[in-house]
Every structure is written in C-alpha cells, then in structure tokens.
Design a protein around this ligand. Sequence first.
Ligand code: ZN
Length: 111
Amino acid sequence: MLNEQKEQIKKKILEDLDSLNQEILELCEKTKPIPPDCCLGDLRFEMMHEQDVFEKVLHEAQIRVNKLKYALSKVDKESYGFCMECEDEILFARLLILPESLYCTECASGK
Ligand SMILES: [Zn+2]
C-alpha cells in the first residue's frame, strides 16, 4: 500500500472516530435513566423500549470505536490491509469505507 493511501485511511479513521464520539455522546444522553416521576403508562413503556434500541446502537458504536482505534494503531504496519484469512491484499476501496476490515470482501462474505 502506498503511503499516500495510508494517509487517506488514517484521515478516514479519525473522521469516523470523530463522528462516532459525537454519536456516543448523544446516545449517552438518550440512554440516561428515565426519572420515575416522568411519563407513566404507555409512554413510559415506549421510552424504555426506545432506550433499549439506543443502548444497542451505543454498544455497537463503542465496539466500532475500539476496532477503529485498533486499525489506527496498525495502519503503519506491514500486515495492515491484508486479509487474515487468505492473506490477500484487501481492496483499497474497501478499506476506505471500512478501515477496520480484517478480511477481504470474499472472506468477509462468508465464502
Ligand atoms: Zn480473504
């Protein structure tokens, strides 16, 4: 991989981390416990259901943050950009969309 491409990927990782951190902040707001005296009955039930959904999204966002940080720490290493399964080079276009990719398109799609 060219240095220029690595720089592009690093930039993309940092951008993604930025927007994820923003998203996580918003989700943390939304998953705060509902005060017991606020909203009763159906509305409360609905809010709790919504929070469940937000918590899942939050959890996924946190996982992606970790993956991106890991990718960022690896991007300068020789092994970055190679599929962990077949050891082929992962397409640059794929890495640019999903910099945390550990597998090539073929292996990731489950063969
Ligand atoms: Zn592969």
